[in-house]
Design a protein around this ligand. Structure first.
Ligand code: ZN
Ligand code: ZN
Length: 383
């Protein structure tokens, strides 16, 4: 499939400013966010597309490369490699995603920006996404999983301030803390981001040597994650504050675990109910009998097959399904019988079946009435 133009994806013109790009992306991301489009794979694809476009256009270098060479600028480099390592999407994803989460969830997370809209050097860390695959058994019982989270953590040498010895950062002398400087350009006064402090309004006199002033250092962490019973594909678990560390004392981002439940060899899941197709012999289906079926808790249940059961007949085992994620009971297990036609018959079996068929023809009024209808249908077509 041909890749769409990134500007077109975000619905903006080629000369759009950084501010316009950001605005357009936020609008798209809100509109297409998976939380609002639960059963819409098209929106999901568009959401990814918008993320990819924004990922390039928000970055001045990547944008310049894209403007010159188009998609060719990233071929072989971007996306050519294998999947995200260890199920992680980080960095680029994290930052794009955190923008959206900030917009959607900013209110609950509270205290994101500096007080009174003042500029603050502290910046919140990115959110991280971890894709975790679990088995149906784990989804049934719940599980404790250990994951390794790459990324960064608050620098311990400077307590995240970015200044050597934890000294307070100082107001930027170039912009007096405004974060912006004005320059005369002909008749116009142009305002631009302060080159000294990068718009932060504050500078660190002696940057911390351990983190070079960033306030955080690269470090892997191991986390023990509690997967509650009842999770499904699409369930998201938020671990507040377990994302990337903030910059210069800012709060950490969050870690989102996206659950994917693997297909099971025996059970199919639909919400809290489980379905299990059980093959039964033609003889047991006709004569009735009993069959032993597995249950998701690892146990077994005996199920009575009523005489004359047809293929597709369903029987329900109450409360043998999956637990609901937030309490509220347990689903059922539905057994569906699949009557099997015998194959690889011995001579004796064939004899018995031929004899059976002979009697059956005299003894099957439903078959007889069907063929009577067929005959009158054919007769009608002739006339
Ligand atoms: Zn430091
Ligand atoms: Zn400044």
């Amino acid at each position: 499939m041909a890749k769409r133009d990134f500007y077109e994806v975000l619905g903006i013109a080629k000369g759009a400013s950084a501010e316009e790009i950001k605005k357009a992306y936020r609008k798209k991301a809100k509109e297409l966010h998976p939380d609002r489009n639960q059963d819409n794979p098209e929106a999901e694809a568009q959401f990814k597309e918008a993320n990819e476009a924004y990922d390039v256009l928000k970055d001045a270098d990547k944008k310049a490369a894209y403007d010159r060479f188009g998609h060719a600028a990233f071929e072989g480099g971007m996306g050519g490699g294998g999947g995200p390592r260890g199920g992680f999407a980080q960095g680029d994803f994290g930052s794009a995603f955190s923008d959206v989460f900030e917009d959607l969830f900013g209110d609950f997370m509270g205290g994101r920006g500096g007080p009174g809209g003042g500029r603050s050097r502290a910046a919140r860390g990115s959110d991280l996404r971890y894709n975790m695959r679990v088995t149906l058994e784990e989804a049934f019982k719940g599980a404790q999983k250990t994951i390794t989270v790459p990324g960064s953590t608050q620098c311990s040498s400077c307590n995240g301030t970015g200044a050597e010895g934890g000294a307070e950062p100082q107001t930027c002398p170039t912009c007096s803390g405004m974060g912006k400087v004005r320059a005369q350009n002909g008749f116009f006064t142009v305002e631009r981001t302060c080159p000294t402090c990068g718009g932060q309004g504050q500078v660190v006199k002696n940057p911390c040597r351990a983190c070079h002033g960033a306030g955080r250092v690269e470090k892997e962490r191991t986390l023990s994650v509690n997967i509650p019973a009842g999770v499904e594909t699409g369930t998201r678990i938020r671990l507040a504050g377990e994302g990337e560390a903030g910059m210069r004392g800012g709060p950490s981002g969050d870690l989102y675990i996206f659950i994917e439940v693997r297909e099971h060899a025996i059970f199919q899941r639909e919400g809290v109910h489980l379905y299990c197709r059980v093959p039964v012999s033609m003889a047991s289906a006709a004569l009735g009998g009993e069959v032993e079926v597995p249950t998701i808790d690892g146990g077994r249940s005996r199920v009575k097959i009523p005489q004359g059961s047809q293929s597709g007949r369903q029987m329900r085992l109450r409360a043998k399904g999956m637990p609901a994620l937030r309490g509220g009971g347990v689903g059922d297990m539905v057994i569906e019988l699949a009557v099997e036609t015998p194959v690889n018959l011995t001579t004796r079996q064939k004899e018995l079946l031929r004899e059976f068929e002979k009697i059956e023809a005299e003894n099957n009024p439903e078959g007889a009435s069907f063929f009577k209808k067929v005959k009158s249908f054919w007769d009608g077509m002739k006339g």
